[in-house]
Ligand binder design. Structure first.
Ligand code: NAD
Length: 297
């Protein structure tokens, strides 16, 4: 399969590229190379991989391919609160530009495989979110992702573009930029610094191993129904303090609270995310249910 991947130098995108190269795909990666991207990756010398260093907002042509998998985005909620404009540009206008380019293709329109997030559902106090729920984004990051979803849906209906969309829960694993919770905890422990935790640390996220997420994305690329949305999670709910506790256990630290420093809460903090992966399971995919975090190196 010939794939165009955007944001393939970022955290999740790089794991996806690694997987699909192993599966024999050819990949053209379009990445702006923001601060969150990796300059050096294990697949750099693979002849089936090539990189175009470009912003998806400025792209004028999509290389011929079977599918475009759009990971490119600004991804850190705190940054979106401090400066929302780049989030609107990359996460909404960038997707709009990609859709326009796909729409303009006279024939052989590629599948538009869009990577969204569980954060578009907003705060979940009741049952797990399912794909048909109304979106209720609570911060500029999730709003920019939800807005992009609306363009994908409307282009599919109006211009008959085929899409698949995923909304995964919080990913963890190798190569995540240290602004995110787990690499930040590791950085603080290894550098003898206090771990900053928002509010009282009780906020719940649903953690999925990045390798699980990209396996599910690849499965859906092959077997997903076109023009459908799929949640991806491991049913692995942890408070932020439990995440600290578990990462501390990797370092044989019991008194994890000694390492925590509570900091003012994030503006508009979502207290809980929780999604159902039943629709993904119905495609024949066996999700990896977890209770806790697996150590990665
Ligand atoms: P990341 O910040 O680690 O990587 C993003 C990559 O996209 C970087 O390589 C960056 O250079 C590139 N990029 C950013 N803006 C671009 C632009 N305008 N043009 C071209 N390239 C651009 O992000 P991530 O954590 O790997 O997230 C990837 C995708 O998954 C995002 O769409 C994000 O919304 C989504 N997502 C992430 C998580 C998570 O837990 N990290 C969870 C659910 C969904």
């Amino acid at each position: 399969m010939n794939l165009v991947v955007t944001g393939g130098r970022g955290f999740i995108g790089s794991h996806f590229v690694e997987l699909v190269l192993q599966k024999g795909c050819k990949v053209v990666d379009i990445d702006k190379m923001t601060y969150a991207s990796s300059n050096s990756l294990p697949f750099d010398s693979n002849p089936s991989y090539s990189l175009i260093k470009k912003d998806i907002c400025d792209l004028e042509h999509i290389p011929p391919c079977d599918a475009i998998i759009n990971f490119a985005a600004e991804s850190h909620v705190d940054n979106s609160i401090a400066g929302p404009t780049t989030f609107f540009n990359s996460n909404t206008s960038g997707v709009f530009n990609l859709l326009e380019l796909v729409r303009g293709k006279v024939y052989n329109k590629p599948l538009f495989f869009h990577i969204s997030t569980d954060e578009v559902y907003g705060d979940i106090r009741g049952t797990d979110s399912v794909e048909t729920d109304v979106l209720n984004p609570g911060n500029p990051y999730s709003a920019s992702k939800a807005a992009a979803e609306m363009f994908v849906l409307s282009y599919s209906r109006t211009y008959e573009l085929d899409f698949i969309m995923t909304r995964s829960s919080n990913n963890y694993g190798l190569r995540q930029y240290p602004e995110k919770l787990i690499p930040q905890i590791i950085y603080c422990l290894e550098n003898n610094k206090k771990i900053p935790i928002h509010g009282d640390g009780s906020y719940i996220r649903d953690w999925v191993d990045v390798k699980e997420n990209v396996k599910a994305i690849y499965h859906l690329l092959l077997h997903g129904e076109k023009n459908e949305i799929y949640n991806i999670s491991s049913n692995n709910h942890l408070t932020n303090l439990e995440v600290v506790q578990q990462v501390c256990q990797w370092y044989n630290i019991d008194d994890y609270m000694q390492h925590v420093e509570f900091v003012p809460n994030r503006l508009g903090q979502d207290t809980r995310y929780s999604i159902s992966s039943d629709k993904l399971k119905a495609t024949g995919y066996k999700t990896q249910e977890s209770t806790g975090l697996k150590r990665f190196k």
